[in-house]
Write a protein that binds this ligand. Structure first.
Ligand code: PLP
Length: 370
């Protein structure tokens, strides 16, 4: 699905030097590379504070801890997402409240959020799924009306930009109270291990998140709150600094591949290409088709026989997962999510796809879906 080897080959010397420098410096944790990366990411995102941590799941957890959410508080998120979003809500004893998504853009349905708000609701977690922003202007308005926090899950959308109706442009993750991202290798800005970060423009929240990520410690060996141990290591930060400089080029390469796919599958009766949401750029973390009257499993097997990988993001809706079964929800409650889980397929999407590969992939899909 991704070609990290070819991407690495193009910057091998730069990466190797940076990694070796960290090893020789012995500043493995919280070294200068972490501080530099943090500052460079703040500048790239136009956000006041970036707090690096160990992974995207931790970022979401630390964000919710910093907001002081308490057991019993309800947190609204999308039913069509990666499990991490709901996992941390449940882990903290908060109540995940799921809502459906829009059938075209896969993003969280704002009318459904509004209907799900109760006196216990404390926060909304929009997921910028597959690389484009959720409808943030309406979500932020709703949050303001009901006095709710907004935590953006931007693990799949680093670099995407949202334009508000007054013309203001903001980067994904910098619009709500806190944005959370992941630097997992296959993410758009991926390191060579695990990594993540929180973003915020709020000084107080930034301080709290830094403290929670560091064992709830304000001064060394002084613990003001119960925290966790979650840090980005210096080797990963050194790699991320190099890749951050290329992030916009990477997004352009992904968009080029997406445009090729779009054109190849345009107006196909059995294949629906991914819709672009209004007011947002798309960084194509995934390129996801919806199939109609196609045996998806057989298509995947056919593609595999030609060495073409494909994935189903996501095969089972959250409310149908054993771990998240909940008497409030049953099959049929989130019809769009359920339909998507049964009909989507994601094709290879990365920064190194060339026309020859794209032709090979699209020809194979079209041959099967004749
Ligand atoms: C990857 C991902 C996460 C979790 O990130 P990790 O670094 O793997 O913990 C959270 N939410 C979404 C939507 C993701 O895609």
């Amino acid at each position: 699905m991704v070609d990290l080897k070819s991407q690495y080959d193009k910057m091998q010397h730069e990466i190797d030097d940076a990694v070796l420098n960290v090893i020789r410096s012995t500043a493995y944790i919280n070294g200068p590379e972490v501080k530099s990366f943090q500052a460079e990411l703040e500048q790239y995102l136009h956000v006041k504070h970036v707090i690096p941590c160990a992974n995207g799941t931790d970022a979401l957890q630390i964000a919710m801890m910093a907001l002081g959410l308490k057991p019993g508080d309800e947190v609204i998120t999308a039913s069509f997402t990666y499990v991490a979003t709901a996992e941390v809500i449940a882990l903290l004893g908060l109540t995940p409240v799921l809502v459906d998504v829009y059938p075209d853009t896969f993003d969280i349905n704002v009318e459904a959020i509004e209907k799900a708000i109760t006196p216990k609701t404390k926060a909304i977690v929009p997921v910028h799924l597959f690389g484009q922003c959720a409808d943030m202007e309406r979500i932020l308005k709703l949050a303001k009306q009901h006095n709710l926090y907004v935590i953006e899950d931007t693990a799949q959308a680093i670099g995407a930009e949202y334009t508000f109706s007054d013309g203001t442009v903001k980067k994904a993750g910098t619009m709500g109270d806190i944005g959370c991202t992941s630097f997992f290798p296959s993410k758009n800005l991926g390191c060579y291990g695990d990594g993540g970060a929180m973003y915020t423009n709020n000084e107080d929240l930034a301080k709290k998140m830094r403290m929670i990520a560091n064992h709830g410690q304000s001064v060394q060996y002084v613990h003001d709150s119960i925290g966790v141990n979650s840090r980005l290591d210096s080797i990963q930060a050194a790699i991320l600094r190099i890749k951050l400089r290329r992030l916009d080029d990477y997004a352009a390469a992904r968009n080029k591949a997406a445009a090729y796919y779009d054109k190849a599958f345009a107006n196909h009766p059995k294949i629906k290409t991914p819709a672009r949401a209004k007011n947002t750029t798309h960084v194509f973390h995934q390129y996801t088709l919806q199939l109609k009257d196609v045996d998806r499993a057989a298509l995947r097997e056919f593609l595999a026989s030609k060495d073409i990988p494909s994935m189903i993001y996501y095969p089972i809706p959250l409310h149908m997962q054993k771990a998240y079964t909940d008497p409030r929800y049953k099959e049929g409650d989130f019809p769009v999510t359920e339909k998507l889980c049964a009909s989507v397929i994601s094709l290879p999407m990365h920064t190194e796809l060339d026309e020859e590969q794209l032709k090979y992939i699209t020809d194979a899909v079209l041959e099967f879906c004749r």
